[in-house]
Design a protein around this ligand. Structure first.
Ligand code: CP
Length: 313
């Protein structure tokens, strides 16, 4: 199925770990041509006609689910949406049986979001379809990493030597690792900042600077990717109160304006306004949060296209 001009050596997209700068640049450059397509009055190309993609969401999602479905429609693929609620999963059907039954209906690609790290890898062992990880627990969310990096590159150009800091819950999110691997592959320097209770044990092994004081992070970086505080984990006592979190780590205009920097402020969403980021920052001039969402469709078009092996006419 691979065409000589669509030279992408990967069969699946499970994460950005191990990707080279060249591979990431190829995806970003491909996305740039699709970014132009989604600005047209007729936002559709015939590239993936006849390809069926199943979007399997075992966890809640707004942006990623809609973005993949739109990307598939813009490429003229046939999307089918599966969500675990209301499915035979509630009758005890296993994940393996569920996905093998879906594949028996002759599908080509599976986009999977699941709470358990490793589920996309597991699917590569039981299915012939191409697998795209749309977020697996606290592991990776590669298309989010790619759209974040695309948005940074669009704003500041070449990322080599640029300093980016991820702020907040580094331990439970799936966005940090994909950002770290992707940015490092492009030569960026990466920091992380948050309470020690929200830092994973392996953080010293991934080549990032670790800050526990927000002022050190703001001194270090020009690009801040602010992460969602997962309110569902607040019961676990990982930090005293949301108000205290906001006081210590919240990104506010007052904090940013202590530095003479042309900030780039990002957030993968969904946002807790007034907790990790204040509204004046989220909706202000430094923010590129909605650009990230728009760019996400182009990134997902690029990933679907590259994994398909099809050619652009
Ligand atoms: N950024 C992100 O993954 O958002 P959703 O959970 O809404 O898909």
């Amino acid at each position: 199925m691979k065409n000589k001009n669509n030279v992408f050596s990967r069969r699946h997209l499970l994460g950005l770990e191990g990707f080279t700068g060249r591979e990431i640049t190829h995806i970003l450059d491909t996305a740039r041509s699709f970014r132009e397509v989604i600005e047209r009055p007729i936002k559709k190309v015939p590239t993936l006609t006849g390809i069926t993609v199943v979007n399997c969401f075992f966890e809640a999602s707004t942006r990623t689910r809609i973005s993949f479905e739109l990307a598939e429609k813009r490429l003229s693929a046939d999307p089918v949406n599966f969500s675990s609620s209301g499915s035979s999963v509630s009758k005890g059907e296993t994940l393996r049986d569920t996905v093998r039954n879906i594949e028996a209906m002759k599908i080509d690609m599976v986009v999977i979001r699941h709470a358990s790290p490793g589920v996309p890898l597991f699917l590569t062992k039981v299915l012939d379809a191409a697998i795209i990880n749309a977020g697996d627990g606290s592991h990776e969310h590669p298309t989010q990493g790619l759209l974040d990096i695309y948005s940074m590159r669009e704003k500041v150009g070449d990322l080599k030597g640029k300093k980016v800091c991820l702020i907040g819950d580094i331990k439970h999110g799936r966005v940090p690792l994909s950002n770290i691997y992707g940015l490092q592959a492009l030569g960026a320097e990466v920091g992380v900042c948050g309470p020690p209770t929200l830092m994973p044990r392996f953080i010293d092994d991934v080549g990032v600077k670790v800050f526990t004081r927000i002022d050190e992070a703001l001194e270090y970086a020009d690009i801040l990717n602010v992460l969602r505080i997962q309110l569902e984990r607040q019961k676990g006592g990982l930090f005293p109160t949301l108000r205290e979190y906001h006081d210590q780590y919240g990104i506010t205009m007052a904090r940013l304006e202590r530095y003479k920097k042309d900030w780039v402020i990002m957030h993968p969403g969904p946002i807790n306004r007034g907790v990790e980021i204040e509204t004046a920052v989220a909706d202000g001039d430094y923010s590129i949060i909605l650009d990230q969402v728009t760019n996400g469709v182009a990134i997902r078009m690029a990933v679907l296209y590259l994994l398909s092996g099809r050619e652009i006419d």
